[in-house]
Design a protein around this ligand. Structure first.
Ligand code: MN
Length: 441
């Protein structure tokens, strides 16, 4: 099930793109993530690109240069389109063939260097779009620490509901409002009914929050009525990105019973432009663990490969940049650091669970992992948790305090993988800024 290491993962590989060899880059030659981009401010067609150091390799230009053959050429033609759905639909043989071909073209000593060099653009000169048409978006709830922290705020005696350890809990979210890093979002307006009140008011949310999550991109889908077995699930996953599930907690508190989140989360979700492929993540796999005292996964969520390498060691960071920090040219302030190994369910279990009914997934469908809080105070991955429901404000380096987000605040998500013997790879970032609510009148 898990992808075997191959020559593209070799930590000693160097690229003739010198910025890719800086040990701190998110995009060394071992990563090669995909995005959809064009020259910033232009009316050019969006097309697929691959990150290498501080450059983007333009796949439409590469295709036109005619340097690729066989499966890699077909894959490049699909990946050069204005959305990656067709490339995602091709499956892992095509994804892998293109990765190998690009790795060989970008290595030190590549004979085609001059032709490939002509297909590079600086990342600072491009803008991105959402990399695929997202048919459906499902947000999971896979951190037991997040579920417990939030549950405690509402039900101190019974924080974790009895289904949690059996069911990979999720809700169906809104795909149309998913946007790419760099966007500004209006503070949402909604119904709020405060404690002790019986009649709600309509107002801009006063408890606006972020959620630090990973996005999971479905590559190949399944026919309706045919489930995806957990042992086969990862072959259907194209890759991962960062995902900020903006959440209006006051709206959520009033609307969420009995059917779960709705308007509290439908106004915007910000993702990072780059999709790090499952193949690039292969060196960072980790065993899945489950306490012996907890229920063990039901049969359709259980397979040897889940236990051997179902988890992925991805360090996650969230930072806050206030208007005052921007004005003073101060760098954004880290708020929390966590890791995807905290997930109570694996990516493969999420896919198997989603389809156990026969529900059909499609290329370009997106899952959110759920807020990926860890067990420590420093790894609480939302303001709701960091401020204990708004009761314990955070003091920032500027002297400002926060319980929830203020207008002008930007939330930055980052992630990377590090391991001895492997090249460090990163996800770039997801940047989203809150601007004032639209006037209701
Ligand atoms: Mn969420």
């Amino acid at each position: 099930m898990t992808i075997a290491l191959n020559e593209t993962h070799d930590a000693s590989l160097r690229s003739w793109v010198t910025s890719a060899n800086d040990g701190n880059t998110d995009f060394p030659i071992q990563n090669l993530p995909f995005a959809v981009f064009r020259r910033a401010g232009s009316s050019e067609a969006f097309r697929g690109g691959v990150a290498i150091g501080d450059q983007v390799l333009d796949l439409a230009a590469l295709r036109a240069a005619g340097l690729l053959t066989g499966d890699a050429a077909g894959a490049c033609a699909a990946a050069a389109k204005p959305s990656l759905n067709d490339f995602m639909a091709m499956g892992s043989t095509a994804w892998s063939a293109l990765r190998l071909a690009l790795s060989r073209l970008l290595r030190v000593g590549a004979a085609q260097k001059a032709s490939v060099q002509a297909c590079l653009l600086a990342q600072r000169d491009v803008e991105y779009s959402v990399p695929a048409k997202i048919g459906d978006y499902t947000d999971f709830f896979t951190s037991i620490h997040h579920a417990t922290n939030v549950g405690k705020l509402f039900r101190p005696d019974n924080p974790l509901l009895p289904n949690y350890k059996w069911v990979p809990i999720a809700y169906h979210g809104r795909a149309s409002s998913i946007g790419v890093s760099g966007e500004s979002l209006h503070r949402p307006v909604g119904q709020v009914c405060g404690a002790g009140q019986t009649v709600p008011v309509v107002q801009p949310s006063r408890r606006l929050d972020f959620e630090l999550e990973l996005g999971i991109w479905i590559g190949t889908g399944n026919a309706q009525g045919k489930r995806i077995k957990v042992a086969d699930a990862e072959a259907h996953v194209f890759g991962l990105c960062l995902l900020n599930d903006w959440s209006a907690r006051d709206v959520q508190a009033w609307e969420y019973q009995p059917l779960g989140p709705f308007l509290a989360k439908n106004f915007g979700t910000t993702i990072s432009p780059w999709i790090v492929t499952m193949e690039a993540l292969a060196p960072f796999r980790a065993p899945f663990t489950r306490a012996a005292s907890d229920p063990q996964p039901l049969h359709y969520l259980d397979a040897p490969a889940v236990w051997q390498s179902g988890s992925i060691d991805i360090q996650l960071d969230v930072l806050l940049e206030t208007e005052k920090m921007r004005a003073a040219k101060q760098s954004a302030q880290p708020l929390a650091r966590s890791n995807f190994v905290e997930s109570y369910w694996t990516v493969s279990q999420m896919v198997a669970h989603h389809t156990v009914t026969g529900c059909n997934l499609q290329p370009g469908d997106l899952f959110g992992s759920g807020t990926m809080s860890g067990p420590t105070d420093e790894s609480r991955a939302s303001l709701l948790e960091l401020t204990v429901g708004g009761k314990e404000p955070i003091t920032l380096a500027t002297g400002e305090t926060r319980t929830f987000l203020e207008d002008g605040d930007a939330v930055i998500l980052r992630a990377h993988c590090e391991k001895v013997g492997a090249a460090r790879i990163g996800f770039g970032e997801s940047y989203g800024r809150i601007v004032p609510a639209i006037d209701l009148t």
